[in-house]
Design a protein around this ligand. Structure first.
Ligand SMILES: Nc1ncnc2c1ncn2[C@@H]1O[C@H](COP(=O)(O)OP(=O)(O)O)[C@@H](O)[C@H]1O
Ligand SMILES: O=P(O)(O)O[C@H]1O[C@H](CO)[C@@H](O[C@H]2O[C@H](CO)[C@@H](O)[C@H](O)[C@H]2O)[C@H](O)[C@H]1O
Length: 477
């Protein structure tokens, strides 16, 4: 790729909401095209291109010296870099590209650049997720279970039961807040194209698949996914590129509903109870579908202490609160924790209320955690604590005379429905430790993303830390 095209691509990435490298010194390391999804007579011509974005240290000169590779389909415009190992951090991003021979009115915002592609000649590349013609082709490929291979690369569409899906569903890009890119197909399905690629199995697909097989109705039905394997700079890799699920029509998100209820002095306890029941059903199914283990609570306590130390570098106010927080974590030291696969980032924004009941979405865990952390077994109390923190966020966002009562009744209804009764003292102590750990995570999240919101988790952290002090409980180490 010539420097001008690399710069153009980098500019496109830099303005994309899903690009994680904003504000960092980034370079295009390589662009690896996967096999064409369309045949030579079909326009637009569609394929996935995997973009490696490098983050070299400031002293290294920019590298646009990308070398052609024999492992990729021949093109004039994009080749993987020759580098086999990367001395600096990098990320892989998916671009689903639709090539047209002439400009498409209405797709100006989705233009990736003009280039000459060996098999196509001079063309204009667009983000296919924004192109109705390309989306119609992708939809048909899902329905057909399309598969295409070239040398060491393959891309395949996998389906579950798609008998209810109509071929003529009209594509509509999702315009709400999200970290990936979703396209709605009529009122039937949504395809979420993962932007930042994680090699291996995608957690959201894995969990939706397992819960669907277990007959759980509290999540959207999984209709299929797109999987690929290719040579990434000479190394064979594979990843899931997209997930197709039931579109939850007429759905309202839990965060908005909770705020509405607070603003109108309403009562959220019925909804909170339904969310508790849904979470209990999901946890039950996850226990059946994935391994479980009993672990020494001291291991979790130690992880929480480490996370707190790391967090205090980002939010130094945590240093003075550390003794109280460690007191809360220390309660875990005396327990054996039953662990399993969990949601990992359960909050009101991950819940949608449909005419058929609440549905839970986005099983990928906390975005700031590594894949190993997100897939690790954990106590189900992590998710319970996540939702309790979310009620606290909602009440703090709409303060007023009724907020404290709203919060208490939502908490009680959720906990009672989840656990079949209010937790005993031992469970309350575990829950408190998880609430503290979650609030520490949130404080870091807010410092980095929404500095105006730091007071919310900080308020909870102070309360928990001071409770520990009053109890006179001290960490044992
Ligand atoms: N199955 C679905 N049907 C309808 N809308 C959905 C569905 N799943 C997610 N959404 C909408 O998309 C938004 C983002 O979903 P999410 O899974 O969190 O995406 P991302 O991982 O890209 O951030 C949700 O807040 C919700 O409004
Ligand atoms: O992007 P994700 O939805 O995966 O989650 C991240 O962003 C959330 C904010 O959008 C953040 O949630 C925090 O704020 C919510 C209110 O906006 C609140 O309901 C949650 O309880 C609170 O944790 C989440 O922590 C973060 O991982």
């Amino acid at each position: 790729m010539d420097p001008e095209s690399a710069d153009q691509l980098l500019r496109h990435l830099a303005q994309a909401r899903w690009f994680a490298g904003k504000g960092r010194r980034a370079e295009i390391g390589s662009v690896t095209p996967l096999p064409w999804l369309t045949d030579s007579s079909t326009w637009p011509a569609v394929r996935v291109e995997i973009v490696r974005v490098d983050y070299p240290p400031a002293e290294d000169p920019p590298t646009h010296d990308l070398q052609p590779s024999e492992d990729s389909p021949p093109t004039q415009d994009s080749q993987p870099a020759a580098a086999g190992t990367q001395p600096w951090p990098y990320e892989l991003y998916q671009l689903m590209v639709a090539y047209h021979r002439a400009p498409v009115p209405g797709l100006l915002h989705a233009e990736l650049g003009r280039r000459t592609v060996a098999e196509l000649g001079p063309v204009i590349g667009y983000d296919a997720t924004q192109d109705p013609a390309a989306c119609a082709l992708l939809w048909q490929m899902l329905l057909d279970g399309h598969q295409t291979r070239y040398r060491d690369s393959e891309i395949s569409f996998h389906r579950t039961d798609i008998s209810e899906l109509a071929p003529d569903a009209v594509a509509q890009p999702f315009t709400g807040q999200q970290s990936n890119t979703s396209v709605m197909f009529g009122d039937q399905a949504m395809i979420k194209f993962f932007r930042r690629i994680e090699l291996g199995a995608n957690l959201d697909i894995e969990v939706h698949d397992a819960l669907g097989r277990a007959g759980v109705r509290d999540v959207a039905r999984l209709y299929g996914w797109i999987h690929a394997h290719w040579l990434q700079d000479g190394t064979p890799v594979e990843a899931d590129l997209a997930m197709a699920v039931e579109k939850l029509a007429s759905a309202e998100d839990g965060w908005g509903l909770a705020l509405d209820s607070l603003r109108t002095a309403g009562d959220f306890s019925e909804d909170a109870a339904a969310l508790g029941t849904a979470l209990a059903q999901i946890h039950h199914a996850l226990r059946g579908a994935f391994p479980t283990a009993e672990i020494d609570g001291r291991t979790t306590e130690s992880l929480m202490r480490t996370r707190l130390t790391v967090a205090a570098d980002v939010a130094p106010v945590l240093t003075e609160l550390t003794p109280g927080l460690e007191s809360a974590f220390a309660q875990l030291g005396a327990t054996t924790l039953a662990t399993q696969r969990v949601h990992g980032d359960f909050h009101l924004g991950q819940t949608l209320k449909t005419p058929h009941g609440w549905r839970i979405i986005d099983f990928e865990g906390e975005p700031a955690k590594s894949m190993a952390e997100r897939v690790a077994l954990d106590s189900p109390w992590r998710d319970v604590a996540g939702m309790l923190r979310s009620f606290d966020y909602a009440a703090a966002t709409v303060p007023g005379p009724g907020a404290a009562r709203w919060l208490a009744s939502a908490r009680e209804a959720f906990l009672t429905a989840y656990a079949g009764g209010l937790p005993g003292l031992d469970e309350q102590a575990i829950l408190r430790a998880y609430e503290a750990d979650k609030a520490v995570y949130e404080l870091v999240y807010e410092v980095r993303n929404r500095p105006d919101w730091t007071a919310i988790p900080l308020g909870a952290i102070r309360t928990i830390a001071n409770e520990g002090d009053h109890d006179g409980i001290r960490p044992r180490r």
